[in-house]
Design a protein. Structure first.
Length: 473
């Protein structure tokens, strides 16, 4: 089930919230959320809800065993066993056919692929279970003895299928006791509608533009590929950050406080800063559970370089079982290493140069990333598109057809570019800094949110199915 769908917005969510707020005790609320979340997940493919419950049970049982034998060798054995089982599930369901296909290509053997459909959100919920067991082993959190509470943490529908990756230790206390207020509910609704608007009114429209523009434009030029690359870059940001906004908003309505996941990454002045602002829950997960255990930066320079490459190889591979994702990850490893060793101090001297540099390398990287699927993970097509940005292949610099598309979608691009910066947020805060301004915003903001929701509903009634890009991960 999609957040951006009529069944979710007008049937599932209202029923869930009405029952949730009528239930008197936290145990009943958590139980109801678990049942609702399982229904939400099973809506697309019921059998994979069984897989998720199996994974949760593995994490639960091993968490108890890890704590029971704390301080003894068996505790480490159980922790390693839990991690191995959880990774085995991820490798089989997400990467088995990748390995089969590459083995067949290397050996020339005719090896049939496995009949496996990638379970939605498996990378997210298995990372949450894995981090829980590791945190129990480290002593960061006690093992959760109530199965319902642990299961509701993992399966919680706001963040289940596309993040942010919520750590158990961040919401441990909220599972036992959380506060509800009209103010939090109002803030949650506001955040949810803003995220929904990002998805429906900007990301989906940018995605349609990318496909229509790329497939229907016959008179391609250098400008054509630059416009496509910018649209692709904006589409990815608004799709990913829009889902995170919706998840955070829904969590707030239910009394949970999830950590932020995106912080205007396109205003970054270095790649290092970009990754402190982009998909922050994923970056911090790899830092705490891969980079630091490998030794982090407390080792020799050669070992530190190795650690960085391992982390970014895995980051790329986490996003998808295809070589373009691996190359995307390795590309960022190289960029971060170059900054770490040489260029970061120069980038800090000029904010303009740093900003242009980041936008350029991220734009190139997202062509490799190919989240919209235009190139169908075909590396050759991605490389050709990147070369075309610089006029390779004898393309003309501009074309009349490209200008026609730019004029037709100019308003969308303006909204997207402004929305990718904190300009609107800072302007609203500045207006609210005065008493009169705050009163105006307090009146206009609810009307604006309501208006956006009405437009979104109309768009959903007339629009086509458009899944979130991160569902494929």
């Amino acid at each position: 089930m999609l957040f951006s769908s009529i069944p979710f917005l007008y049937y599932f969510l209202p029923i869930v919230l009405i029952v949730y707020f009528l239930l008197p005790k936290i145990f009943l609320k958590n139980t109801w959320l678990l049942l609702a979340s399982l229904f939400f997940y099973a809506w697309g493919e019921p059998k994979y809800a069984i897989l998720m419950v199996t994974a949760i049970t593995i994490g639960y049982v091993f968490g108890l065993l890890i704590e029971k034998f704390r301080g003894k060798p068996l505790s480490k054995v159980f922790m390693i066993s839990a991690v191995a089982l959880e990774l085995a599930l991820l490798i089989y369901f997400k990467y088995a056919n990748f390995f089969v296909a590459n083995f067949a290509a290397l050996t020339g053997m005719n090896v049939p692929t496995l009949d496996i459909i990638l379970p939605i959100g498996i990378s997210f919920y298995l990372f949450q279970i894995l981090s829980y067991d590791v945190d129990v082993y480290r002593g960061d959190v006690p093992a959760q003895k109530n199965y319902i509470y642990l299961a509701s943490y993992v399966a919680l529908f706001p963040q289940l299928i596309a993040g942010p990756i919520v750590r158990y230790k961040d919401i441990e206390e909220q599972l036992i006791s959380r506060n509800h207020s009209f103010e939090k509910i109002a803030l949650g609704i506001r955040r949810f509608v803003i995220g929904l608007g990002k998805k429906i009114l900007i990301a989906d429209q940018m995605s349609k533009f990318c496909f229509t523009f790329y497939q229907d434009c016959d008179d391609k030029s250098v400008l054509f590929f630059w416009v496509y690359a910018i649209a692709n870059m904006l589409c990815i940001y608004f799709d990913f950050s829009g889902y995170s906004d919706m998840a955070i908003g829904l969590g707030k309505i239910l009394g949970f406080e999830f950590l932020e996941n995106f912080n205007y990454p396109y205003i970054s002045k270095s790649v290092t800063e970009f990754w402190r602002r982009w998909h922050m829950s994923l970056g911090s997960w790899f830092r705490d559970y891969v980079y630091i255990p490998l030794g982090g930066n407390r080792v020799s320079k050669a070992r530190n370089i190795f650690n960085i490459f391992v982390v970014w190889f895995l980051t790329g591979f986490w996003h998808g079982a295809a070589w373009n994702y691996i190359i995307w990850g390795v590309m960022f490893a190289l960029l971060l290493l170059v900054e770490k060793l040489w260029t970061l101090k120069f980038l800090k001297k000029s904010k303009v140069i740093g900003h242009v540099y980041v936008l350029f390398v991220v734009l190139i990287s997202f062509i490799f990333f190919d989240a919209t699927g235009i190139f169908e993970n075909d590396m050759k097509e991605s490389v050709v598109a990147i070369g075309s940005l610089f006029g390779l292949g004898g393309l003309p610099l501009v074309s009349a057809e490209t200008f026609h598309y730019i004029a037709s979608y100019a308003v969308l691009f303006i909204f997207a570019i402004v929305g990718a910066t904190p300009v609107v947020k800072n302007t609203v805060l500045k207006i609210k800094s005065t008493n009169a301004g705050e009163k105006v915003i307090n009146v206009l903001e609810p009307l604006f949110i309501l208006g956006v929701f009405v437009i979104i509903t109309a768009s959903l009634v007339d629009g086509a199915f458009s899944p979130f890009l991160y569902f494929q991960f």
